[in-house]
Each structure stands twice: as C-alpha cells, then as structure tokens.
Design a protein around this ligand. Sequence first.
Ligand SMILES: Nc1ncnc2c1ncn2[C@@H]1O[C@H](COP(=O)(O)OP(=O)(O)OP(=O)(O)O)[C@@H](O)[C@H]1O
Ligand SMILES: [Mg+2]
Length: 358
Amino acid sequence: MVVEKIILRNYRNYDYLSLEFSPKLNIIVGANGAGKTNIVESIQYLSLARSFRTQESTDLIKKGCQFATIEARVVENTSKKDIVAILTANTKKISCNNNQIKKISDLSKLVNVIVFEPKDALMFKQSPLVRRNFLDINLSKKSPLYLDALITYERLLKERNKLLKDDEPNKIQIDVVTSQLVKVSKTIDEHRVKYVNDLNQILTKVTSQLSGENDNVRIIYEPFIELNDDYEEQCTRAYERAYESDVKHKVTSVGVHREDYSMILNDKDISSYGSQGENRLAVIALKLSPYFLIEEREKRPIIVLDDVMSELDDTHKERLISFLRKFEQVFITSTSINVKNASIYEVNKNQKVTRRNS
Ligand SMILES: Nc1ncnc2c1ncn2[C@@H]1O[C@H](COP(=O)(O)OP(=O)(O)OP(=O)(O)O)[C@@H](O)[C@H]1O
Ligand SMILES: [Mg+2]
C-alpha cells in the first residue's frame, strides 16, 4: 500500500502541512528538531491509532490547540481510501471514506506501517514486553484469529488478576477463568511458534543482504508449555503450581503474557554478543522481515526508518538503501543523506517543507 498524500492540522509542531509522497523512496531531511519524525509518526499513527513515541494523544496535539487532525489518502490496487483521524485530549475518531472506524482491528486492515527507530537496535536488551509487542503487532495484522485470541487472553488475564486481588480469592471462580485461559493460550502459542518459524526462513537472507556477509540468524522462541498433545494438561498444571504464589502476589505469574525469545547471530546470542552495528542490522532485518510474509503484494506495509542512517557506515548505508528499493513505499528520515533516484523533502524549522527529486 501507498500513502499518496497527507494533511496535518495542529499536529505536533505543525499548524498546517500538506504533502504528496512518492510511491517509492521518500527521504525526509532536516536539522534536529525540525519536524521530520513528526511527519512519519503521523503516517504510522494511522495503522494502530497509537503513536510509536507516546501513549498520550495530547502529546500529538500542537501545544495550545484543542484538537489535531491527520488526513491521508492511502491507495491499494485501484482502491482509494481517505482516512481522517481527529484527536482531542480525551477522544480519537477515525474514519475511512466517511465511515467511522469502531475497532482498531478494522483500522489495521486499512493501513499497515512498519517502523524502525534508533532505540529498536536495543530491542534484545530491553524488557520482554518490547519483543512480545513486535510479534503481537505483526501477527495481529496477519491473522485476525490471533488478534481475537490475544484480546480474549488479555480480558481473561485481567479478570483472573482481579479475582486474585480479592481479600479471600474464590478458587472455583479462578479455576473457571484459568480453564478458559488455557484454551486460548494454545491458539496463541501455536501462532507464535509458526510465525517465528516463518520469520526464520527469511531472516538469514535479509540479514546477509544488509551486512554483505554470510550471516546466519535465527530467533529462538520457547513457549512456556511445549506444544504437543499434552499442552492443555501441562498448562493447567503450570497455573495450579503457581496458584499459591499468585494468590500471595495477587497477580498471574505464568502464561503466554510472560513469554520471551532470543535472537542468535552466527551462533551467538545478540543480547550479549555482537557490536552495536551488528545488533542494529540484525534487528533492522528482523523488523523488515514481516513484509515478506504478507502474501498479497498490495497489502504489504509501508516502511518507515526513522533516523537510522546516521548510525551506519557508508557501505552499510548503501547496502540498506539498495535493499530498500525492493520494497514498495519507504520513508527515511535523516539529518543529512545523499541518495539518488528518490523524492527528497527538506524540512525547515519554520514548518516549511520543500520537495525535489534527486
Ligand atoms: N505537541 C507539540 N506541540 C508543539 N510542538 C511540538 C509538540 N510535540 C513536539 N513538538 C516539537 O516538534 C519539534 C520537531 O520534532 P521531531 O521529533 O519531529 O524532530 P526531528 O526533525 O525528528 O528531530 P531529530 O533530528 O532530533 O530527530 C520539536 O522541536 C518538538 O519540540
Ligand atoms: Mg527525529
């Protein structure tokens, strides 16, 4: 899919900004603080109704204003979608071709954006939540069944945790919720393991293309219960074993919500080995890989690389750029960059953006 144009009103530092984009490579350049990330953030916002930089809608609204809007035209095959997001401090309303969108899962079918930002390079040094989010977001976009299972799991987990907080927890009630959790856990783990398998099929190829070396990369995902015919029984036992401690700590300590995975680059765990540059390339490869797992070309995501280039040496920069030419629409932000055959947007401090072709 491709964002043809975008209009921002009262968004971050912009009073009003209207831009038309290339269906291929778009480079957004400008000084620190000029408003480059704000532009790509507004595009990404439309895929999740949530910014990758903040949880707070108010951060997105220009200081002193009551509301912000993002209008975008997204094109997929011959279908054109006019998407409008209106944000106030407490509400967000999103519509597509004048029809109100009620569920985020409906929005994610309309716009799909993959973002890589500098802190992602540390993905394997951060908390497991960051790594689970990566899988959850990409799997949810690929499989509505997974998204349903995840939403159900989160609802049941909340319910179980609430019951555990009672002064005298009711074990019978908790067991009922637990048995429902067990069922939905299996669906989640099956999807996660299969997806990681699929990612592993392409990860080595993508990383090697970016590094120019013969790298071997894989993700190791270990579900908290082994996936076999005994899954439900073993899962029930795991909750049972943790029960006393869960009551004591008033929280569910085992389950798919605590799972994690590691990434192995040339037989070494990247969280403890590997240079920063190697980590960065391996994680860029990981974040780009879901693109290749979406069968329908037209549904493949828009790629955003925020501020990644300055960290790479010239050879790796060139490799990354030539690899990105295989993708459909790509946005790159940078303080300085020299790329041929791209649309360049120069962002000045006074909210002016000028476009030229290189
Ligand atoms: N809600 C807001 N209202 C007004 N200004 C804002 C708001 N949120 C952010 N800004 C401003 O927007 C400016 C541009 O931010 P942005 O992150 O897009 O810069 P950038 O060009 O990506 O810079 P860098 O190269 O440092 O990453 C910043 O100066 C920031 O203070
Ligand atoms: Mg930035």
